[in-house]
Ligand binder design. Structure first.
Ligand SMILES: C[S@@+](CC[C@H](N)C(=O)[O-])C[C@H]1O[C@@H](n2cnc3c(N)ncnc32)[C@H](O)[C@@H]1O
Length: 348
């Protein structure tokens, strides 16, 4: 099961922000790879560590070394460094900083955790292991939700913006991105993991979006009446990038994912459906009743899933007609795989 986006690196590492695509690294002490005399410039260090990474079979060797060198020099990308700096000698502190961070990459730690921050749709988010690192395809899920909301501008104005619930907020990438693009919206972000709740809170503060978000610890698999989780009343839409990896695929994930990211964020059970079905079962409790006027995207659930899920979800919904939920659209990701679902409630 492939979790990482397949966009060409060139598209990801322009002079603007960092985002997506990068993976992580294998162990070796930096002492066994001392910097070479005469290569003590940023360009020299990038070449040196690219060679070391390649030799050790570390994925995305050049991108990894470029990001680390740029980070130590206070830039987001190597390309955004002033060219005049590329060949200037680095200070001993900078050289040591690069060696320390590159040694972490040699242990296959993801670049996002090493740098401690990563960009998602232009927002710079703090990253802390083991909280899930947002993937580039999830940017497409957010884009889809924004498109659907934009088709109802008159309703947005009349209702003061959509009320959104995100299940499994992780670092807060989806919720904070929606809040930043929809100035009138409010979001309730839930996650069962304390580390995720704390990180979403920190990122909301960092982006000054804390006034329009409620961040609540909540396990979607727990039973009961959860309407008290809705401080502003029922929501217009639910969005989630839930754990959806088929359990048997977990062992095939890259070492960067297996060793550093929380399996709770990934493992969706035997058919990857465990959390998806809980979200769908709870949805009628959380969504507004009919008659709110958001005919196209209200009472909706937008999900990121595995390409095998559209059929599984469709079958599951047909066997649960009491939920009054219909799979109305399946959208493909940038690789052409069916990865996003729009489910809508049609009943009372
Ligand atoms: C794939 S990650 C998505 C994180 C973030 N939304 C993103 O796209 O980057 C799934 C998230 O769901 C959370 N999660 C897993 N099981 C859950 C449950 N039963 N109830 C609530 N959240 C859960 C995990 O802790 C994790 O943060």
């Amino acid at each position: 099961m492939e979790l990482w986006g397949q966009r060409l690196w060139a598209l990801l590492s322009g002079p603007g922000g960092r985002r997506g695509g990068i993976r992580s690294w294998a162990y070796s002490s930096w002492r066994s790879h001392p910097p070479l005399t005469g290569l003590l410039s940023p360009t020299g260090m990038v070449s040196h560590w690219t060679g070391v990474f390649e030799k050790r079979g570390i994925p995305e060797a050049r991108e990894s070394s470029e990001y680390i060198v740029a980070h130590v020099l206070g830039a987001k990308t190597f390309q955004s460094l002033k060219p005049v700096l590329w060949t200037q000698p680095l200070t001993p502190q900078q050289l040591q900083g690069i060696q320390v961070l590159c040694s972490r990459r040699l242990q296959r730690e993801p670049v996002q955790y090493i740098l401690g921050e990563w960009d998602f749709r232009g927002l710079s988010l703090k990253m802390v292991p083991p909280v899930f690192i947002p993937r580039p395809e999830t940017e497409e899920l957010v884009e889809w939700v924004l498109e659907e909301v934009a088709q109802r501008p008159h309703v947005v104005e009349a209702q003061g913006g959509p009320l959104i619930l995100e299940v499994g907020c992780g670092s807060g990438a989806i919720s904070l991105s929606l809040l930043s693009q929809l100035p009138e919206s409010r979001v309730i972000a839930v996650d069962k993991e304390e580390a995720a709740i704390n990180l979403t809170y920190e990122n909301a503060q960092r982006l000054q979006l804390q006034d329009r978000i409620w961040i609540i610890p909540f396990d979607v698999t727990s039973e009961g009446n959860w309407t008290h989780l809705l401080p502003w009343g029922p929501v217009d839409l639910i969005v989630s990038n839930p754990p959806y990896v088929f359990h048997q695929d977990m062992e095939q994930l890259a070492p960067e994912i297996r060793s550093y990211e929380d399996p709770v964020a990934l493992d969706g059970g035997e058919k990857g459906m465990d959390i998806i079905t809980h979200i769908l079962t709870l949805a009628p409790q959380f969504l507004k009743d009919s008659g709110y006027g958001w005919d196209r995207c209200s009472r909706s659930i937008f999900l990121e899933v595995d390409p095998r899920h559209p059929e599984l979800v469709s079958n599951w919904l047909q066997s649960h007609p009491d939920l009054y939920l219909n799979l109305v659209t399946v959208r493909r990701d940038f690789c052409g795989r069916p990865r996003f679902l729009h489910v809508q409630r049609s009943g009372p």
